[in-house]
Design a protein around this ligand. Structure first.
Ligand SMILES: [Zn+2]
Length: 470
């Protein structure tokens, strides 16, 4: 999608806010201006851009400085990245020497953008629309449209402790430690009777669920009316990043080290998501991370447990990527009532994503192995649900030296994960998680065919010559 093709009038207005002011549209202004955008009349759209450029807000921003600072600002606002030297030269030349109006730069940059930038732009447009909608409803807003990159372990622990200090409504405890003696935190919010447990990143190189969980905790502990009402009905515990040692190894690979244990595994080369068969429990010297999860599960005895993972890229016939795949327990030994409960929770996840354009939800083609969390937890008596989000291939390529800033994509996927977490708590609070039709879960389409990373952006592979018009 670009500002010129396939965009609706709302996208045009949101793009002007995003590219020129670096923020989401105000709800009333979006509704008002959208009525004046005539997509068949480029001159009228350009005139609207002039209004933004002459606004006091734009004139008081850094974007109103030199042509170079303006180009940098538009690139960051649209794609969450800095332009390279050639891009700065190209666009400052056109602004200064070839009569390109400042108001026309965003559309020109988008028309010339490579597919990877358009992916970032689409992610930012989704985030901005979320901000505009939530502003209208008095809902939860993250601190910024996007946050840079992924949290390291120390940053994660600092952020968890900051939430603990900031909110009386959140309590933080250390429930175990990894083989490398990193703390495993559990954060609990709410006092309600219904009880949900969320765990993320059992595989060290699958961090999106952890980023989602941090938004989720910030929301649920915070002071929106919705969060306050949910806390009365539900008690939520979150264990973000069950495998911090694996993530630390991924970071070392990004730094150029090789020959390390696969970041997916714990330091003993154990796949933590193959340790939950109640008939064959792992010991703490082999897999202390999953022993901590198992003990927490036994202590809390929650109504449901949700296990957030990452997967590769899967693309349907229309060219849309699956953003998320979900599955209930499939081991034949699981009590059918627990399978039904898990399917209702999956239906609640699907319902939570209605109204958000960004997502493409499919069913994960998972195995019936008893030691997988969703099966093992369910065999032990707690309905378990698997949630997978895309970003696995990107994580691998980054670990092999790919130099791309994925902040916009990470932020949009984290927001999608957050929306499902919030939706599950709402479903537990209003009781729909007990009454939804479980067959709705079976109507979710099967996962799309796998697409290799090299084919992801067609002939516009990162690092290849850019498609910028000269
Ligand atoms: Zn995984």
């Amino acid at each position: 999608m670009t500002i010129a093709e396939n965009a609706d009038a709302g996208d045009v207005v949101q793009t002007l806010y995003l590219s020129l002011l670096g923020r989401a549209a105000d709800p009333a202004a979006r509704d008002f201006l959208t009525r004046f955008v005539d997509l068949g009349n480029p001159a009228a759209v350009a005139a609207l851009g002039d209004v933004f450029v002459s606004s006091e807000e734009f004139q008081n921003s850094s974007a109103a400085g030199s042509s170079e600072s303006y180009v940098r600002s538009v690139y960051f606002n649209l794609f969450d990245r800095t332009p390279d030297v050639g891009e700065v030269e190209l666009w400052t030349g056109r602004l200064d020497g070839q009569g390109l109006d400042r108001a026309d730069l965003p559309a020109a940059v988008l028309e010339a953008a490579r597919e990877s930038d358009l992916e970032a732009y689409e992610a930012k447009l989704f985030i901005a629309d979320y901000f505009t909608d939530q502003t209208e409803r008095g809902g939860y807003l993250p601190d910024a449209l996007t946050r840079p990159g992924l949290r390291g372990n120390e940053e994660l622990y600092a952020d968890l402790n900051r939430l603990d200090a900031e909110y009386d409504t959140l309590s933080l405890e250390v429930v175990g430690q990894s083989l490398d003696a990193r703390p495993l935190y559990a954060a609990t919010v709410g006092t309600g009777e219904a009880s949900l447990l969320f765990i993320t990143q059992q595989h060290g190189d699958e961090p999106i669920g952890t980023e989602a969980a941090m938004l989720f905790l910030d929301f649920l502990a915070g002071d929106t009316d919705l969060a306050q009402s949910l806390r009365d009905e539900v008690t939520v515990t979150v264990v973000p990043r069950v495998n911090p040692d694996g993530f630390a190894r991924w970071e070392r690979e990004v730094g150029g080290e090789r020959g390390l244990v696969d970041p997916r595994l714990n330091n003993n080369e154990v796949d933590l998501n193959r340790t939950y068969d109640p008939a064959a429990p792992f010991s703490a010297d082999v897999a202390p991370e999953s022993v901590a999860v198992r003990e927490l599960l036994a202590r809390l005895d929650p109504d449901f447990v949700f296990d957030y993972h990452g997967q590769g890229n899967y693309r349907d016939a229309e060219g849309e990527l699956d953003t998320m795949s979900v599955l209930w327990p499939t081991n034949t030994g699981v009590d059918p009532a627990i399978v039904e409960a898990s399917k209702r929770a999956v239906a609640a996840i699907a319902a939570s994503l209605e109204g958000y354009d960004y997502d493409q939800l499919t069913l994960y083609p998972g195995a019936d192995t008893a030691s997988i969390a969703r099966n093992g937890f369910s065999l032990a008596g707690t309905p378990g649900v698997l949630v997978e989000q895309r970003f696995g291939q990107e994580m691998f390529e980054l670990s092999r030296g790919l130099d791309v800033d994925y902040s916009a994509l990470i932020s949009a996927l984290a927001l999608e994960g957050f929306i499902t977490m919030r939706g599950l708590v709402e479903a537990a609070a209003n009781g729909s998680i007990e009454t939804l039709d479980p067959s709705l879960a079976e109507q979710i389409p099967q996962r799309s065919p796998s697409v290799p990373y090299a084919d992801l952006y067609g002939d516009d592979r990162y690092g290849a010559e850019s498609l910028l018009i000269a």
